[in-house]
Design a protein around this ligand. Structure first.
Ligand code: NG1
Ligand code: ZN
Length: 531
């Protein structure tokens, strides 16, 4: 077969260094960019096969999100814009690790297992972030697609959620929107402007937001989007990539983990600020108060704001839809407590990684999911969307109901349901604050976070730690969980857990307690127990 000859020939241009082994982790493959050329080529091959079996367009995104500039990575996107299915993650690992001489056999093995019809057409959308290595690596993906006779469309520089959006639009024949970056801006900004019209008495000052672009793709895309917002939002952009290094001392991950503002940003007391991560799928908010104290509003606060807003609208619209919030073990205990006991919404806890949260959120009429680090979105079931639409189109409705239904409809349109999206989340949050006439301080005051600390521990082999109960308890090595339990008992309102990271070669330690000193001490003591 000529396509296999072409694969052989092309794979020689993208050879695998012998002995190199990687795993498709929490967010695809991610490591130093110098080691990724063969993986990119092979992911181009795999995406082509996936496209043939699903008879749909598949996405490949070249990015390493919040990792340092020297790293890169690749994620596969399934037809509805969701993360690739677990079986294909296993194939991805097998194909990536096959030695050069075994590549064709590994490829044929997948073709056989999945009964791939090789004469079926294939289409792959490719996107990349702003890293220096991304152009070369995305070319390797394109080479992989063409070696197997697939068609590709190179979207060039896009955010991760934009690529997910394009794939979903393409496979729903435009029902979700137009599969262009311009179409994405139009859909989101029109919905945002309609939502903003419901904010009476909003001054120009209140329409101002400072954005830290992490010196990455999000900064470029915010610039492109700004003109579509028709002055309903005034953005001051910092860390726009013109000087600083990607993710260095800035971006959502830095702000969340260090619990301090990014460098390169002017912050005036009480002003709303937010940070994106390196591929713009995460967002966190923050402000500094009149005493200069820094306040972080993370993914948990975002989930609370959005779910409160949605719940109020459902009540006003008289719609009986089941709403749930999905979190991970990293969610602040105060947020879970507030959601369950004050707001009385269903709360679910899943393993780390958006694919787990996304899946759990799909079980409800409305599933709001956010990781504490700011990665998340809202999912509406088809039935929920239909009910909302019917209500919004019902002309005999009284004013309050109609207004709530229209707000819900525009909320659906401003959200990127395919995956967490910093730009879309930012627009939704800005609209909610404007509609509710809420300052960032008032939003922050909905509940008070328990002081917490996250640490990383280097161990010789992270895999010796195995967890259960959505990663909240360690089952191995023996004695570790008992040691953690004993330490936790020493502090008031304390909680702590450990788990191996899926994106770095470290064990992550999380601790929260009544005071910052206690949280810091507990995290430190638990790290010592991990050794
Ligand atoms: P790991 O390295 O598995 O903890 C991190 C984040 C995840 C997720 C992925 C993918 C934390 C504690 N972990 O995973 O939530 O976002 O990266 O980007 O923030
Ligand atoms: Zn990211």
């Amino acid at each position: 077969m000529s396509e296999f000859q072409e694969v052989s020939k092309q794979s020689g241009v993208h050879p695998k260094p012998a002995g190199l082994v990687f795993q498709y982790g929490t967010a695809g493959f991610r490591t130093n960019a110098k080691l990724l050329d063969h993986i990119m080529f092979r992911m181009g091959l795999l995406a082509t096969l996936r496209s043939k079996t699903t008879k749909a367009t598949i996405g490949v995104m070249v990015t390493a999100s919040h990792n340092p500039e020297e790293d890169n990575g690749v994620k596969l996107v399934d037809p509805m814009g969701e993360m690739v299915s677990p079986t294909w993650e296993v194939y991805a690992t097998q194909l990536a690790n096959a030695e050069q001489e075994d590549l064709l056999a590994a490829l044929k093995d997948i073709i056989e297992k999945e009964a791939v019809n090789m004469s079926q057409e294939a289409k792959v959308f490719v996107g990349k972030d702003t890293r220096g290595s991304s152009a070369r690596l995305s070319q390797a993906v394109l080479d992989g697609v063409s070696a197997l006779g697939g068609h590709s469309k190179d979207y060039g520089l896009v955010t991760t959620p934009q690529l997910h959006y394009m794939v979903c639009c393409q496979n729903t024949q435009g029902k979700y929107g137009e599969a262009t970056v311009e179409g994405y801006y139009k859909k989101l900004s029109q919905a945002f402007i309609k939502l903003s019209k419901n904010a009476s008495n909003c001054t120009d000052d209140q329409k101002h937001l400072s954005v830290d672009g992490a010196n990455g793709i999000g900064a470029l895309k915010v610039r492109e989007m700004e003109s579509h917002l028709k002055k309903e939002l005034h953005i001051s952009l910092f860390n726009d990539g013109s000087e600083g290094k990607l993710n260095h001392q800035c971006g959502a991950d830095f702000v969340k983990v260090q619990q301090k503002p990014p460098t390169g940003m002017e912050i005036n007391p009480g002003e709303r600020c937010c940070s994106f991560d390196g591929d713009a799928d995460r967002i966190v908010y923050y402000y500094s108060d009149s005493e200069g104290t820094f306040h972080l509003l993370d993914g948990d606060k975002v989930a609370t704001l959005i779910s409160t807003f949605l719940k109020e609208l459902l009540t006003s619209a008289g719609l009986d839809l089941k709403i749930a919030v999905v979190q991970t073990a990293y969610a602040n205990g105060s947020s879970t407590n507030y959601l369950e006991n004050t707001m009385k919404v269903i709360v679910r806890c899943t393993k780390t990684g958006v694919k787990h949260l996304h899946h759990a959120a799909q079980e409800f009429d409305i599933g709001v999911y956010f990781e504490a680090n700011g990665h998340g979105t809202v999912l509406f079931s088809k039935a929920a969307e239909e009910k909302i639409q019917q209500l919004a189109e019902n002309s005999s409705l009284i004013d309050e109901k109609k207004r709530a239904a229209l707000l819900l409809q525009n909320t659906i349109n401003v959200i990127n349901q395919t995956v967490g999206d910093a730009i879309s989340d930012m627009l939704l949050i800005e609209a909610i604050l404007a509609i509710k006439g809420m300052t960032i301080h008032q939003w922050d005051a909905i509940y008070t976070d328990l002081p917490n600390r996250q640490l990383k521990v280097k161990v010789s082999d992270c895999r010796v730690i195995d967890t259960t109960d959505a990663e909240r308890r360690a089952v191995s090595p023996a004695g570790l969980q008992e040691a953690i339990d004993t330490l936790v008992k020493k502090y008031r309102k304390a909680r702590s857990f450990v788990r191996p990271s899926g994106t770095e070669d470290v064990v992550r330690v999380y601790a929260e307690a009544e005071t910052q000193d206690s949280a810091d001490d507990l995290a430190h003591e638990v790290s010592l127990a991990v050794y």
